[in-house]
Ligand binder design. Sequence first.
Ligand SMILES: [Fe+2]
Length: 251
Amino acid sequence: MTPAYELLQLSDTHIFANRDEVREGVDTYQCFIATLEHALANSTPDVVLLTGDLAEDYSRAAYLRIRGLLEEIGRPIYCLPGNHDHLGRMIETLSRTPFHFLETIRLGPWVIPMLSTWDGDRGGGRLGEEELHRLRDELEASDADHALVCLHHCPIDVGSAWLDAVGLDDGAELLDLVREFPQVRSVLCGHIHQELDTIVNGVRLIGTPSTCYQFQPGSERFTLDDKPSGYRVLRLFADGSIETRVGRVAD
Ligand SMILES: [Fe+2]
């Protein structure tokens, strides 16, 4: 079957204002450039998703560097914030065409709500009543056959004590809500800097590596993985199925 639409997800870019700055020994800006080049050479996305933790240092300059790289690729770019983001600066720099900030995407039979889990820079996240209501209203109002829900924090624990301690406070509420709407085919997140594709009580949860440094799955304490920069390609079909793969820069 021909895919209805192809999405490219880039997550957790952690860009600094200063070109020379590194985190965890990684030059996040150079990683982002390499990941973007690899992704665009190996996919033909209709839409790009940026799922949070875009700027490491909350600076306007970091967002401007992201904008400079992405505004020329000729695709609409839909963004949502992570715990490392600065809402005001992100809106200021990434909400004019081709960028869209927290805007729901509609692609043929698919609707893709973009949610905010931003709750300050404490690490963890929270949707809150307002965002959960917004999702419910959008799913009830939409005539789309299928939905993909996007957010930064992962709604479930991933088995790493330190990472699960900075998870999503109301992940269970989100999954309860999603289960009321069988048109929701999956929930897609960033934040965990590792690959995830699992089904929990009937809900498919997909997580994606970072474009820079990766976290070791299953680690009790903060531990880096030596896997290279990654991204995810999702192909959405008219029958509601999703085909997806992770790409790595070293592949
Ligand atoms: Fe991150």
